[in-house]
Write a protein that binds this ligand. Structure first.
Ligand SMILES: Nc1c(NC[C@H](O)[C@H](O)[C@H](O)CO)[nH]c(=O)[nH]c1=O
Ligand SMILES: CC(=O)[C@@H](O)COP(=O)(O)O
Length: 166
């Protein structure tokens, strides 16, 4: 089950796609659930060409995603778990990772599935990790969204509407 108001997760045919997964290492139990969710989603989409790149923390996700996008991957899935501590550091890690991943996707045109959990407690993160007893499966969602977006972009007409010609 996804968050309130979320649509049904689309599982589309991703046969032949090259998918990169960039994963931080903080909060190992939660990360294990997220990575398993990605594996289940990519398998359901028929994606077999998958590469995993691990980085220390979520703040390092954008540079890894950028490298994968530049290397010709059709889609990237970014996974991380940030749990609030006692200082504003949480805000900066989350903002930096999020904005960085947005920039990678927009600047490269490569879809980046957003599998970054930004939680006040570990319990909240576990509940979104697709583990037994979890309410949500954010790793699966992120991977499915990346594949669906890659497919949609692949079928986008290549003509340039007159309105876009400067
Ligand atoms: N507190 C969390 C971090 N912090 C580490 C940063 O992401 C980064 O690796 C460090 O500042 C060195 O550049 N990372 C997480 O992924 N999750 C956290 O809860
Ligand atoms: C989100 C984090 O980086 C977290 O570990 C920071 O904890 P603190 O704010 O107590 O230093």
């Amino acid at each position: 089950m996804s968050g309130a108001g979320a649509p049904e997760v689309q599982v589309v045919d991703g046969t032949g796609l090259r998918v990169g997964v960039v994963a931080a290492t903080w909060h190992a139990e939660v990360m294990g659930g997220l990575k398993d969710g990605v594996s289940r989603a990519l398998s359901a989409c028929g994606v077999t060409d998958v590469t995993l790149l691990e980085v220390p923390g979520s703040f390092e996700l954008p540079v890894a995603a950028a490298r994968m996008a530049a290397a010709g991957y059709d889609a990237v899935v970014a996974l991380g778990v940030v749990v609030r501590g006692g200082t504003p550091h949480f805000d900066y890690v989350c903002a930096g990772a999020t904005q960085g991943l947005v920039e990678v996707s927009v600047r490269t045109g490569v879809p980046v599935g957003f599998g970054l959990l930004t939680c006040d407690t570990v319990e909240q993160a576990l509940d979104r990790a697709g583990l037994p007893g979890s309410s949500e499966d954010k790793g699966f969602e992120a991977a499915a969204a990346a594949v669906a977006t890659a497919g949609a972009l692949h079928h986008l007409p290549t003509h340039t509407p007159a309105a876009l010609i400067g």
